[in-house]
Design a protein around this ligand. Sequence first.
Ligand SMILES: NC(=O)c1ccc[n+]([C@@H]2O[C@H](COP(=O)([O-])OP(=O)(O)OC[C@H]3O[C@@H](n4cnc5c(N)ncnc54)[C@H](O)[C@@H]3O)[C@@H](O)[C@H]2O)c1
Length: 432
Amino acid sequence: MSTLSQKIEQRTARVVVIGIGYVGLPLVVEFARAGFRVTGYDKDPTKVQLFNQGESYIEDIPTAVLGPLVKEGRADATTDTTVLAQADAVIVCVPTPLNKTKEPDISYIVSATEEIAKHQHKDMLIVLESTTYPGTTREVLAPPLTRGFELGKEVFICFSPERVDPGNKHYGTRNTPKVLGGSTEACITAGKALYSKIIDHVVPVSSTDTAEMVKLLENTFRAVNIGLVNEMAQFSRSLGIDPFEVIRAAATKPFGFMPFYPGPGLGGHCIPIDPLYLSWKLRALKVQAKFIDLADEVNSSMPEYVVGRVVDALNDQRKPLKGSRILVAGIAYKKNITDVRESPAFDIIAGLSRRGAEVEYTDPYAPEVHEHGLHLKGVDPSGSFAPYDAVVIVTDHDSFDYPRMAREAQLIVDTRDVMRRHTEERRHIVGL
Ligand SMILES: NC(=O)c1ccc[n+]([C@@H]2O[C@H](COP(=O)([O-])OP(=O)(O)OC[C@H]3O[C@@H](n4cnc5c(N)ncnc54)[C@H](O)[C@@H]3O)[C@@H](O)[C@H]2O)c1
């Protein structure tokens, strides 16, 4: 331990981040800024090449920040696993998706663990940051990494959930408190020593299982509350009430209420997926996570609900959906970012197309997408909205010209309540 802690204190510890995507790249940058020598190890040669050219591929990390760190030799990237042999601290930030049957796919964690084990040596700190079910670090990561190395003396294992919020202008890596659980007290001490060099406030918890559960609670809290307002949006319409107006007014209560807003469905790599890691784990214990299952059911129904709103709105204009030209505005899963993973826009496009609509999309952040086996090319966001029978706002990017959209479009289905800020004329605008 003393060698490792000394190296961390002197910032001579070599840090290797496995997986330099949305989570890993900001960490590489922070450790390099803090004076550590950092290498990003990734299987994706395109990311590695861009990184080594000093070019960022993640909006939150400007090339102007990454470039100098690469140029000064403080950070580099590689596809070569042997770099792990030189690592004092390894941070694992690989994907944790669901498989086709909506069950956890931890194969990326397993393969990263195998790669570390191949190059493991004494005095190594290994931290898992990928979101996963409680028990993963203890059951999947620790056994292969403690063969021949004493836990808490020769190898230090932690779990620390990542809380990065892409596009958030106020909270980044440094000022977002970081929860940390260790396999032993000594593991927490080592992990805390490392993270406190790049993060203002580290929050230790008693075990890796607890730290894993913290992340799942945070994201389940969001999924359940979004499910609640999505259901509320659906029955408010049946009551002839605008759900957004209700929530905005309720949010004026200064205590005991936290506003969540309805939308076209969940998206991204976290909120639609993470709670299902927990419900899967609970199923094995014969426990049903009722809130998670219900929220998943309601949230998953939203794209189809949006399609229904389009059908009804066209119907009011005496038009059938079949043969209508529809423009989906925004394909990224949230505003002002390029990430389209799990975006509800895909199900909305599929639902409209299946019913015979001619669907196009426009998104300044994602002019072309390759997802779900589809290759889609968006239309120019500066083009006219007039030729479309309806424009469906799925993602409320700030850069869309909403006043022009309000003037030109024949009908707007606004799933984000964004038009309220841009036009008084609501005759041709339909909410969620
Ligand atoms: N994106 C977010 O906003 C966010 C927020 C909090 C937590 N998380 C969690 O963090 C984890 C990573 O998510 P992400 O969004 O950064 O994913 P990402 O897809 O952007 O990046 C993961 C990277 O890991 C690489 N990779 C996969 N297996 C590898 C291996 N065996 N060796 C080396 N590289 C490998 C991939 O090529 C990819 O570049 C996930 O568990 C996710 O749930 C993500």
